[in-house]
Design a protein around this ligand. Structure first.
Ligand code: FAD
Length: 197
């Protein structure tokens, strides 16, 4: 050892990118600070399962400190990064500054409405646990209202869910919605003979 302090690496974001960078760097003589606005990592590939009530949020979220508990040179901080001062090597949080020697920004991506941000309240994205819970709320409420309608009038118009985007997430979501409608909820209906379901 030459007595010099270890370089301080700040990693912003504890998604797949930030965690991989942290685990890789932590094997070397550096100090790593991971900053995330949430204190848990979200396993995004299974968000659609939360959005359709197949999994609970806790099943796809794990505390960042627990994931990185084996690394003594890693510190995890909860904070919202608002800006950088690259000249002074400082990360600016909403409530303070964190200096660094090296900076890794792994803050992920957000969805886009192609210039139509006014669509967002009608069609939320699916990037966070909060998004998934909101979609789940809307989906289950639609089924509840249909059930209520059927209970009061003896019938209800077919529900129509529209998924915009036919990539993996859209296809998985659409498939699971169909599964809920045709398999899961069918067995939970009350008060109507099986033949009418
Ligand atoms: C619904 C869905 C399904 C997917 N399915 C698959 C799949 O099946 N297979 C596959 O390979 N990939 C899949 N992906 C893609 C994959 O999940 C992403 O590519 C990956 O999670 C991106 O990792 P990341 O580390 O770049 O960003 P993220 O996982 O988004 O992590 C970014 C982190 O940065 C934090 N952060 C952001 N801004 C700030 C800030 N200002 N201050 C502090 N912290 C901040 C966030 O809280 C977050 O924890 C899917 C993605 C989604 C959304």
């Amino acid at each position: 050892m030459d007595g010099k302090p270890s370089p301080h690496v700040v990693v912003i974001g504890a998604g797949f990118g930030g965690l991989l960078a942290t685990r890789t760097l932590a094997r070397y003589p550096v100090r790593v600070t991971v900053i995330d606005r949430r204190n848990f990592h979200t396993f995004q590939p299974l968000l659609y399962q939360v959005a359709t009530a197949g999994l609970s949020p806790g099943e796809i979220a794990a505390p960042i400190r627990w994931i990185l508990r084996g690394y003594r040179n890693v510190q995890v901080l909860l904070g919202e990064v608002e800006d950088f001062d690259l000249a002074r090597k400082i990360v600016k949080l909403r409530d303070g500054d964190i200096p660094y020697d090296y900076l890794i920004v792994a803050a992920g991506a957000s969805h886009a409405y192609f210039g139509h941000d006014e669509w967002e309240p009608l069609a939320p994205g699916l990037k966070t646990v909060e998004d998934a819970i909101e979609i789940r709320r809307r989906v289950l409420l639609a089924f509840e209202l249909a059930e209520r309608d059927a209970a009061e009038t003896g019938r209800h118009a077919p529900l129509n869910f529209v998924v915009v985007g036919g990539g993996p997430t859209g296809v998985e979501l659409a498939g699971t919605l169909a599964e809920i409608a045709h398999n899961v909820l069918k067995n939970e209906l009350f008060g109507r003979p099986v033949a009418q379901r």
